[in-house]
Ligand binder design. Sequence first.
Ligand SMILES: Nc1ncnc2c1ncn2[C@@H]1O[C@H](COP(=O)(O)OP(=O)(O)OP(=O)(O)O)[C@@H](O)[C@H]1O
Ligand SMILES: O=C(O)[C@H](O)COP(=O)(O)O
Length: 394
Amino acid sequence: MAKRTVKDLEVSGKKVIVRCDFNVPRKDGVITDDNRIVMALPTIKYLVENKAKVILMSHLGKVKTEEDKAKNNLECVAVRLQELLPETKVTFCPATRGEELENAVAALQDGEIVLMQNTRYEKGESKNDPELGAYWASLGDVFVEDAFGSVHRAHASTVGIPTNIKENGLGFLVEKEVTMLGKAVDEPAHPFVAIIGGSKVSSKIDVIDNLLKKADKVIIGGGMAYTFMKAQGGNIGTSLVEDDKLDLAKEYLEKAGDKLVLPVDNVCADAFSEDANTQVCKSGEIPEGWMGLDIGPATVELFKETLAGAKTVVWNGPMGVFEMKKFAKGTELVCQAISELPDAITVIGGGDSAAAAKQLGYAEKFSHVSTGGGASLEYMEGKTLPGIAIISEK
Ligand SMILES: Nc1ncnc2c1ncn2[C@@H]1O[C@H](COP(=O)(O)OP(=O)(O)OP(=O)(O)O)[C@@H](O)[C@H]1O
Ligand SMILES: O=C(O)[C@H](O)COP(=O)(O)O
């Protein structure tokens, strides 16, 4: 059976809560890539045109301390939304519960929007606290799940709210992502190459196990690679590493054989900075005080050879710290190699990965640029995504 979508719901005059993924990349508080906001517009515009009172919710970053709250204030998204929707009234509510929030919702007219502050300001969000889910649900009549990037998280805003609001459905972005990603991996054309990089080692290392079952080759780059290098007994200097994942990395290395392709050299720096001194070091031979911030030139050649002839490519996580020009080459050359593959289905996913492809001028060359990082990986592994599973069937 198919899931209900926003088109199956009666929204006119109703208070409609939309969970979006506005977890956008920022530098010094300024949004550096608004793709996730732009991709959410079709659902938002549909609701505005159909005279709903629109309550938008999203997380932004990780929030554990008061300082994190200041760093991850969602107001910048409300400002961008207002620029993108000049004809529509968009207000920002700095409260995540209580009278101020309830008044902001009560003041909404048909076709107006309020964006609530970062859902992760509430401690209960990530624990899917039932009281919080029920409280947020009490603010609306209808719920739309359109946060594709977050549907792998069973949080109060993604699962708690639709548990309490039966008038729920998927938004246009989730619908589109599921269709596009399904095309890529339900019956992937082989050779199928998966590439995993980026910095979220603990939340993404588990997917490698499943990818090893489906793909012909799994390339590991970016910050993910150093946990594997250390597991092989190599020196990684001060590179990013998650020591509690070393045993898992060892296990993958043993069972994957030559299916797993790791960097053979790395662009290393003596500081996490654009002005750092750099040198190319062989993998496992990174001196003390140096860190790997990009894949090296021999690795680019190795990855190109691995990609040659691929018919399906799925990529999540940049090959280096592409935000700094000095360490963007690896990501750029891998983008280029993928863009030159004839007749391949190519999918890139993740907030930073999509931003990298766009910034480097390659976004148009992919068959699909997914807004989901972890979510797209889990979808492609065939895992149940709790934020989609909870939505009512037609
Ligand atoms: N060698 C490295 N050392 C440290 N950080 C790295 C390294 N290589 C890449 N990164 C960083 O990884 C970050 C992106 O990783 P991440 O896993 O968050 O990917 P993503 O595409 O944003 O996916 P998601 O949407 O799931 O977050 C970038 O900010 C980049 O600078
Ligand atoms: O960027 C992402 O992958 C999503 O917004 C989810 O973010 P999270 O990994 O902090 O839950």
